[in-house]
Design a protein around this ligand. Sequence first.
Ligand code: ZN
Length: 133
Amino acid sequence: MKKTYQGSCHCGSVKFEADVDLAGGTFKCNCSICYKSRAWLAPVQAGDFRLKSGEESLRDYQFGPRRIHHLFCTNCGVRPFSRGKDGKGNDSYAVRVNCLEGVDEQALVDAPVKYFDMRNDDFKTPPAETRHL
Ligand SMILES: [Zn+2]
């Protein structure tokens, strides 16, 4: 079930609100940016995401096929969410689970994690080893 969370970067310049279903699934990925920034993400549809403040503090970073906007706070460097398009071309977001405030610890422990092997451009098969992600 979706729950409304407040989220922010570390310094608090960037604040957002998102309706997230943690029990519905989170994901980790082994692509270069997720790996280097230790991403743990939850998918959020465009209508369930609201940027409250800090638009001016966000800087966009893109690489490779430039499908995803890897936004980060220019003050503290934290990446509270990223933005892209879903399979149908609609806006979609991925919020950092660790940037959500007031999350019950048990809800994080219980949240299912799906692993993507995007290092090998494979969305369907999880990587053979995931413990280090
Ligand atoms: Zn910040």
